[in-house]
Design a binder for this molecule. Sequence first.
Ligand SMILES: [Fe+2]
Ligand SMILES: [Fe+2]
Length: 295
Amino acid sequence: MSHTQDRVPLKARKVSFSWEGTPLHWVPGDPFTSHTINVLHLLLPAGERWFVHVYKQVLPYIRDERLREDVLGFIGQEAMHSQAHDEVLPHLRELGLDPTPYTAQVDWLFEKLLGDRTLPPGAARRWWLMERVALIAAIEHYTAFLGDWVLNASELDRRGADPTMLDLLRWHGAEEVEHRSVAFDLFQHVDGNYRRRARTWATAFTALVFLWQRGARFFMENDPTLLDGRARLRDFHRAGRRGTLPATGAMLRSIPTYLARGYHPSQEGSTEQAVAYLAASPAALAAEQAQKETA
Ligand SMILES: [Fe+2]
Ligand SMILES: [Fe+2]
Protein backbone atom coordinates (compact mmCIF):
# COMPACT_ATOMS: atom_id res chain seq x y z
CA MET A 1 0.00 0.00 0.00
CA SER A 2 1.29 3.42 -0.87
CA HIS A 3 1.77 5.45 2.24
CA THR A 4 1.78 8.77 0.49
CA GLN A 5 -1.81 8.66 -0.73
CA ASP A 6 -3.39 10.32 2.27
CA ARG A 7 -0.55 12.56 3.25
CA VAL A 8 -1.62 15.90 4.67
CA PRO A 9 0.78 18.72 5.53
CA LEU A 10 1.23 18.66 9.30
CA LYS A 11 0.67 21.76 11.35
CA ALA A 12 0.48 22.36 15.07
CA ARG A 13 -2.98 23.54 16.03
CA LYS A 14 -3.36 25.86 18.96
CA VAL A 15 -5.90 24.74 21.53
CA SER A 16 -7.49 26.22 24.59
CA PHE A 17 -9.02 24.16 27.40
CA SER A 18 -10.55 25.28 30.66
CA TRP A 19 -10.50 22.65 33.33
CA GLU A 20 -12.56 24.25 36.14
CA GLY A 21 -15.63 22.14 35.43
CA THR A 22 -13.91 18.78 35.00
CA PRO A 23 -14.45 16.38 37.92
CA LEU A 24 -11.78 13.99 39.22
CA HIS A 25 -13.80 11.02 38.00
CA TRP A 26 -14.45 12.45 34.60
CA VAL A 27 -16.06 9.20 33.47
CA PRO A 28 -18.98 9.41 35.94
CA GLY A 29 -18.91 6.71 38.59
CA ASP A 30 -15.84 5.08 37.06
CA PRO A 31 -12.63 6.09 38.86
CA PHE A 32 -10.68 3.18 37.35
CA THR A 33 -11.31 4.20 33.74
CA SER A 34 -10.80 7.90 34.58
CA HIS A 35 -7.46 7.23 36.24
CA THR A 36 -6.22 4.70 33.70
CA ILE A 37 -6.66 7.35 31.03
CA ASN A 38 -5.31 10.05 33.38
CA VAL A 39 -1.95 8.24 33.27
CA LEU A 40 -1.51 9.94 29.90
CA HIS A 41 -1.14 13.27 31.73
CA LEU A 42 1.71 11.75 33.73
CA LEU A 43 3.63 10.23 30.84
CA LEU A 44 3.05 12.52 27.90
CA PRO A 45 4.45 15.86 29.09
CA ALA A 46 7.95 14.41 29.64
CA GLY A 47 7.63 11.76 26.92
CA GLU A 48 6.65 14.11 24.13
CA ARG A 49 9.22 16.70 25.20
CA TRP A 50 11.75 13.89 24.81
CA PHE A 51 10.49 13.11 21.28
CA VAL A 52 11.11 16.73 20.34
CA HIS A 53 14.57 16.70 21.93
CA VAL A 54 15.61 13.55 20.03
CA TYR A 55 14.11 14.64 16.72
CA LYS A 56 15.97 17.94 16.76
CA GLN A 57 19.17 15.90 16.81
CA VAL A 58 18.14 13.69 13.93
CA LEU A 59 17.25 16.53 11.55
CA PRO A 60 20.77 16.71 10.02
CA TYR A 61 20.50 13.04 8.97
CA ILE A 62 17.36 13.58 6.87
CA ARG A 63 18.03 13.58 3.13
CA ASP A 64 14.43 13.90 1.96
CA GLU A 65 12.83 17.34 1.93
CA ARG A 66 9.28 16.10 2.35
CA LEU A 67 10.13 13.87 5.27
CA ARG A 68 11.98 16.78 6.82
CA GLU A 69 8.84 18.90 6.58
CA ASP A 70 6.83 16.09 8.15
CA VAL A 71 9.30 15.80 11.01
CA LEU A 72 9.15 19.54 11.63
CA GLY A 73 5.33 19.38 11.66
CA PHE A 74 5.51 16.41 14.03
CA ILE A 75 7.81 18.33 16.38
CA GLY A 76 5.34 21.25 16.46
CA GLN A 77 2.41 18.97 17.21
CA GLU A 78 4.15 16.95 19.94
CA ALA A 79 5.35 20.12 21.70
CA MET A 80 1.74 21.30 21.83
CA HIS A 81 0.47 17.92 23.11
CA SER A 82 3.05 17.85 25.86
CA GLN A 83 1.99 21.30 27.03
CA ALA A 84 -1.75 20.56 26.86
CA HIS A 85 -1.43 17.46 29.07
CA ASP A 86 0.87 19.27 31.45
CA GLU A 87 -1.85 21.85 32.02
CA VAL A 88 -4.19 19.20 33.44
CA LEU A 89 -1.82 18.47 36.33
CA PRO A 90 -2.49 21.63 38.41
CA HIS A 91 -6.20 20.85 38.15
CA LEU A 92 -5.65 17.32 39.50
CA ARG A 93 -3.64 18.87 42.34
CA GLU A 94 -6.55 21.20 43.13
CA LEU A 95 -8.83 18.18 43.29
CA GLY A 96 -6.55 16.67 45.93
CA LEU A 97 -4.42 14.37 43.81
CA ASP A 98 -0.81 15.56 43.64
CA PRO A 99 0.96 13.77 40.78
CA THR A 100 4.48 15.08 41.61
CA PRO A 101 5.89 11.85 43.17
CA TYR A 102 5.11 10.00 39.97
CA THR A 103 6.01 12.68 37.43
CA ALA A 104 9.40 13.17 39.12
CA GLN A 105 10.21 9.55 38.26
CA VAL A 106 8.95 9.91 34.71
CA ASP A 107 11.07 13.06 34.25
CA TRP A 108 14.11 11.12 35.45
CA LEU A 109 13.40 8.30 33.01
CA PHE A 110 13.17 10.53 29.96
CA GLU A 111 15.79 13.11 30.88
CA LYS A 112 18.45 10.89 32.44
CA LEU A 113 17.97 7.26 31.40
CA LEU A 114 16.85 8.11 27.86
CA GLY A 115 18.75 11.42 27.67
CA ASP A 116 21.88 12.19 25.67
CA ARG A 117 24.48 10.37 27.82
CA THR A 118 28.09 11.46 27.59
CA LEU A 119 29.17 9.66 24.45
CA PRO A 120 32.06 10.51 22.14
CA PRO A 121 30.99 11.86 18.74
CA GLY A 122 30.88 9.11 16.13
CA ALA A 123 29.55 5.55 16.12
CA ALA A 124 28.46 5.32 19.76
CA ARG A 125 26.57 8.59 19.67
CA ARG A 126 24.92 7.66 16.39
CA TRP A 127 23.96 4.21 17.74
CA TRP A 128 22.22 5.76 20.73
CA LEU A 129 20.40 8.26 18.52
CA MET A 130 19.15 5.46 16.22
CA GLU A 131 18.00 3.39 19.21
CA ARG A 132 15.92 6.32 20.40
CA VAL A 133 14.52 7.04 16.92
CA ALA A 134 13.43 3.38 16.75
CA LEU A 135 11.94 3.56 20.26
CA ILE A 136 9.88 6.60 19.24
CA ALA A 137 8.58 4.74 16.17
CA ALA A 138 7.44 1.88 18.44
CA ILE A 139 5.77 4.27 20.90
CA GLU A 140 4.03 6.07 18.04
CA HIS A 141 2.53 2.75 16.97
CA TYR A 142 0.72 2.86 20.30
CA THR A 143 -0.17 6.55 20.26
CA ALA A 144 -1.79 5.99 16.84
CA PHE A 145 -3.56 2.89 18.16
CA LEU A 146 -4.89 4.85 21.14
CA GLY A 147 -5.77 7.85 19.00
CA ASP A 148 -7.83 5.70 16.66
CA TRP A 149 -9.43 4.01 19.65
CA VAL A 150 -10.48 7.23 21.40
CA LEU A 151 -11.88 8.78 18.22
CA ASN A 152 -14.22 5.79 18.04
CA ALA A 153 -14.84 5.21 21.76
CA SER A 154 -18.54 6.10 21.68
CA GLU A 155 -19.07 4.27 24.99
CA LEU A 156 -17.34 7.20 26.71
CA ASP A 157 -19.93 9.58 25.26
CA ARG A 158 -22.76 7.24 26.22
CA ARG A 159 -21.53 7.24 29.80
CA GLY A 160 -21.49 11.02 29.95
CA ALA A 161 -17.71 11.51 30.06
CA ASP A 162 -16.57 15.10 30.63
CA PRO A 163 -16.63 16.89 27.24
CA THR A 164 -13.44 18.91 27.88
CA MET A 165 -11.41 15.81 28.71
CA LEU A 166 -12.86 13.95 25.75
CA ASP A 167 -11.94 16.85 23.50
CA LEU A 168 -8.34 16.89 24.79
CA LEU A 169 -8.07 13.15 24.16
CA ARG A 170 -9.68 13.32 20.74
CA TRP A 171 -7.81 16.42 19.56
CA HIS A 172 -4.57 14.73 20.59
CA GLY A 173 -5.67 11.33 19.29
CA ALA A 174 -6.65 12.83 15.94
CA GLU A 175 -3.22 14.45 15.51
CA GLU A 176 -1.62 11.12 16.45
CA VAL A 177 -3.62 9.45 13.68
CA GLU A 178 -2.82 12.29 11.32
CA HIS A 179 0.96 12.01 11.87
CA ARG A 180 1.04 8.25 12.48
CA SER A 181 3.48 7.51 9.65
CA VAL A 182 6.13 10.12 10.44
CA ALA A 183 8.11 8.33 13.16
CA PHE A 184 8.13 5.06 11.22
CA ASP A 185 9.10 6.73 7.93
CA LEU A 186 11.88 8.58 9.73
CA PHE A 187 13.19 5.37 11.28
CA GLN A 188 13.10 3.61 7.89
CA HIS A 189 14.88 6.55 6.30
CA VAL A 190 17.77 6.89 8.74
CA ASP A 191 18.16 3.23 9.73
CA GLY A 192 15.36 0.73 9.08
CA ASN A 193 17.16 -2.27 10.59
CA TYR A 194 14.51 -4.90 11.34
CA ARG A 195 16.27 -6.32 14.39
CA ARG A 196 16.42 -2.86 15.89
CA ARG A 197 12.73 -2.35 15.17
CA ALA A 198 11.86 -5.61 16.97
CA ARG A 199 14.22 -5.02 19.89
CA THR A 200 13.07 -1.47 20.57
CA TRP A 201 9.44 -2.56 20.25
CA ALA A 202 10.04 -5.03 23.11
CA THR A 203 11.62 -2.30 25.23
CA ALA A 204 8.88 0.22 24.49
CA PHE A 205 6.06 -2.26 25.10
CA THR A 206 7.49 -3.49 28.41
CA ALA A 207 8.11 0.07 29.61
CA LEU A 208 4.63 1.22 28.63
CA VAL A 209 2.90 -1.67 30.41
CA PHE A 210 5.06 -1.15 33.49
CA LEU A 211 4.59 2.63 33.63
CA TRP A 212 0.89 2.42 32.88
CA GLN A 213 0.00 -0.07 35.58
CA ARG A 214 2.13 1.79 38.10
CA GLY A 215 0.50 5.09 37.12
CA ALA A 216 -3.03 3.68 37.40
CA ARG A 217 -2.17 2.18 40.78
CA PHE A 218 -0.63 5.47 41.93
CA PHE A 219 -3.80 7.40 41.06
CA MET A 220 -6.18 4.83 42.55
CA GLU A 221 -4.21 4.57 45.80
CA ASN A 222 -3.84 8.34 46.21
CA ASP A 223 -7.33 9.34 45.14
CA PRO A 224 -8.69 11.22 48.21
CA THR A 225 -12.26 10.12 47.47
CA LEU A 226 -11.54 6.38 47.46
CA LEU A 227 -11.16 4.36 50.65
CA ASP A 228 -9.49 1.33 49.16
CA GLY A 229 -8.55 2.33 45.63
CA ARG A 230 -6.92 -0.40 43.59
CA ALA A 231 -6.07 -0.96 39.95
CA ARG A 232 -6.46 -4.59 39.02
CA LEU A 233 -5.86 -6.34 35.75
CA ARG A 234 -9.39 -7.73 35.78
CA ASP A 235 -10.79 -4.18 35.96
CA PHE A 236 -8.81 -3.43 32.83
CA HIS A 237 -10.20 -6.44 30.95
CA ARG A 238 -13.71 -5.56 32.09
CA ALA A 239 -13.41 -1.95 30.93
CA GLY A 240 -12.08 -3.24 27.59
CA ARG A 241 -15.14 -5.45 27.15
CA ARG A 242 -17.41 -2.50 28.01
CA GLY A 243 -15.63 -0.23 25.55
CA THR A 244 -14.48 2.41 28.05
CA LEU A 245 -10.84 1.33 27.57
CA PRO A 246 -9.16 -0.44 24.63
CA ALA A 247 -9.94 -4.16 24.52
CA THR A 248 -7.15 -6.53 25.57
CA GLY A 249 -7.58 -8.57 22.37
CA ALA A 250 -7.13 -5.52 20.14
CA MET A 251 -3.99 -4.56 22.05
CA LEU A 252 -2.54 -8.04 21.67
CA ARG A 253 -3.34 -8.11 17.96
CA SER A 254 -1.47 -4.85 17.46
CA ILE A 255 1.79 -6.60 18.42
CA PRO A 256 2.21 -8.85 15.35
CA THR A 257 0.97 -5.91 13.25
CA TYR A 258 3.96 -3.80 14.24
CA LEU A 259 6.37 -6.70 13.92
CA ALA A 260 5.21 -7.72 10.42
CA ARG A 261 7.91 -7.13 7.81
CA GLY A 262 5.48 -5.25 5.57
CA TYR A 263 4.09 -3.04 8.34
CA HIS A 264 3.32 0.57 7.61
CA PRO A 265 1.28 2.81 9.96
CA SER A 266 -0.87 4.07 7.08
CA GLN A 267 -2.54 0.64 6.99
CA GLU A 268 -4.51 1.49 10.14
CA GLY A 269 -6.61 4.44 11.26
CA SER A 270 -8.36 7.03 9.10
CA THR A 271 -6.74 10.34 8.20
CA GLU A 272 -10.12 11.54 6.97
CA GLN A 273 -11.76 10.89 10.34
CA ALA A 274 -8.86 12.58 12.14
CA VAL A 275 -8.93 15.70 9.99
CA ALA A 276 -12.72 15.92 10.31
CA TYR A 277 -12.47 15.82 14.11
CA LEU A 278 -9.74 18.47 14.14
CA ALA A 279 -11.90 20.80 12.04
CA ALA A 280 -14.65 20.57 14.67
CA SER A 281 -12.68 20.24 17.94
CA PRO A 282 -14.12 22.75 20.47
CA ALA A 283 -10.64 23.46 21.90
CA ALA A 284 -9.18 24.17 18.45
CA LEU A 285 -12.15 26.40 17.56
CA ALA A 286 -11.88 28.25 20.90
CA ALA A 287 -8.19 28.97 20.29
CA GLU A 288 -8.94 30.18 16.77
CA GLN A 289 -11.65 32.48 18.10
CA ALA A 290 -9.33 33.87 20.80
CA GLN A 291 -6.68 34.54 18.17
CA LYS A 292 -9.17 36.42 15.99
CA GLU A 293 -10.24 38.54 18.93
CA THR A 294 -6.68 39.59 19.76
CA ALA A 295 -5.81 40.23 16.09
FE1 LIG B 1 1.32 13.45 20.81
FE1 LIG C 1 2.73 11.41 18.09
